[in-house]
Ligand binder design. Structure first.
Ligand code: CTP
Length: 229
């Protein structure tokens, strides 16, 4: 793989959190480790890095600018600003031209409650035994920015149980990514993982039982030439 010049890189990490009421939410078990390791590996190779993180307990790697977000919609705004570009050059923005690469490692919640209650949701004494929560679809961040990426590098992630190669390939096209990194279910919360890296051109490579730090070092060296293979 070719050596790359320093780039402006955006990484997302961790779960998103969708509020039901002031003290309850929908979320998932993502630890954020993969995204934090990618941010660390990119900074170590000299890239400028904005890390957009959902609620996680991870230390910010040296040299990385971290933006904390909660919901998928907050994350979408932060990704648009950092990756696609924004007029203001404040924290979380590379300015008008945006970034060169996006690693979308966050486990974004697909659904959010249709209504967010301003007070606590109370189960009334002697009330119903069954309740339901109406959900609406969250925006697909990867697909939204993938459509507008031009010739920037976009790497998406997928978690599949069993052999999810076909599904991951479909995701690659649907979301406009250059690569999809396919994790198996053992990756959740673990230090080590086995991944398949699928390129838009059809080639896939496999990293077996590696630490997430090792996987991250490989991922930050990917470039467009590799994606076309
Ligand atoms: N993603 C996103 N916005 C969403 C959902 C997912 O940007 N609303 C991104 C994730 O960050 C990841 C990729 O899309 O890069 C994962 O796609 P997804 O369809 O959620 O795949 P899985 O996690 O494998 O889950 P599913 O079972 O829904 O296919």
């Amino acid at each position: 793989m070719a050596e790359l010049a320093p780039r402006k890189v955006v990484v997302t990490a961790g779960p998103t959190r969708e509020r039901i009421d002031p003290v309850r939410y929908l979320s998932n078990d993502s630890s954020g480790l993969m995204g934090f390791e990618i941010a660390r590996a990119a900074a170590e190779r000299g890239d400028k890095v904005i890390l957009i993180a959902g609620p996680v307990h991870q230390e910010t790697p040296d040299g990385v600018t971290r933006i904390d977000v909660e919901s998928a919609r907050d994350m979408l705004q932060a990704v648009k600003r950092a990756f696609l570009g924004s007029e203001s050059r404040t924290k979380g923005s590379f300015g008008k031209t945006g970034a060169d690469a996006l690693f979308m490692a966050a486990a974004v919640g697909d659904w959010r409650p249709k209504r967010q209650l301003s007070g606590k949701w109370r189960a009334k004494d002697g009330g119903d035994e069954v309740a339901s929560l109406e959900l609406v679809r969250n925006p697909d961040i990867l697909a939204t920015v993938g459509r507008r990426k031009g010739n920037r590098l976009v790497v998406g992630f997928a978690l599949e149980t069993g052999s999810g190669l076909q599904r991951a390939k479909a995701k690659l096209t649907r979301k406009g990514a250059d690569f999809i990194v396919l994790n198996d279910e053992t990756a959740l919360g673990a230090k080590r993982t086995t991944v398949a890296i699928l390129a838009k051109g059809g080639v896939s490579s496999r990293l077996q039982n590696r630490t997430k730090r090792e996987v991250a070092r490989t991922l930050v060296r990917l470039d467009h030439t590799d994606s076309l293979k």
